[in-house]
Design a protein around this ligand. Structure first.
Ligand SMILES: [Zn+2]
Length: 101
């Protein structure tokens, strides 16, 4: 996967298509991502000591990386990226403008 935490991505399919947002975290399954404000779901929360009120909470659900593209600030849109260099100095480069993303 080419997308990492804190990357800016563009959603390319689904209800949030066209949204630009920041990646908050890798999902617990290690294959999907939690993206800020994208793929909201209502989570039903049981009454516990931590959440005495319980009820419904709106929360981001994990999204497939295939529905996301890395955002390139130079092109001002989602782009495909290429990897260059060898570890540990590998970088991701925009395929359109060649800029580092
Ligand atoms: Zn670019």
């Amino acid at each position: 996967m080419k997308i990492r935490k804190n990357d800016t991505v563009v959603v390319i399919s689904g209800d949030d298509k066209g949204k630009k947002a920041r990646v908050l975290a890798l999902a617990p399954d290690g294959r999907r991502l939690i993206v800020e404000g994208v793929n909201y779901i209502w989570k039903h929360v049981r009454r516990t000591q931590k959440t005495p009120a319980g009820g419904r909470v709106q929360k981001e659900a994990p999204i497939e990386p295939s529905k996301l593209m890395l955002f390139c600030p130079t092109c001002n849109k989602g782009v495909k990226v290429r990897r260059t260099g060898e570890a540990p100095s590998k970088t991701r480069v925009c395929r359109k403008c060649g800029g580092q993303v």
